[in-house]
Design a protein around this ligand. Sequence first.
Ligand code: DQA
Length: 142
Amino acid sequence: EKYLVIHGPNLNLLGTREPEVYGTVSLQEINEKLRLSADKYGVKLVILQSNSEGEIIDILHQHRDAKGIIINPAAYSHYSIAIHDAIKAINVPTVEVHLSNIYGREEFRRHSVVSPACIGQISGFGYLSYLLALEALMSSDK
Ligand code: DQA
């Protein structure tokens, strides 16, 4: 069973990027934690990172056979109708993830246009947000 994890723009710099906001754990370390967790569930993860909107949409299309998707659309969360539409189009249960609590930050981060296309959203728990999202997908019957 294949599950897809997509990390959006600037998340390749995690660990050194605004550590007071996003923590000091690198993207590679987050991916390792995700893989350990996936092994326990006995599922396969495809993990990809992209800084470009079109590429994220192509990835969603290419992996529409996935059982579930975890996506941190990063800044695209706040304005990409195209990513919202792609999630709707492929019809795969998708959980939106944010490291920071987007509702406690600047006004422009307090709204996600992607979340209505998702089964749920986890925001504010640092790298744990991703692990909780995987747990949610494993437990959800959506
Ligand atoms: C983020 C929150 C976004 O507002 C921001 O643009 C990011 C990361 C998060 O994981 O907290 O790049 O998605």
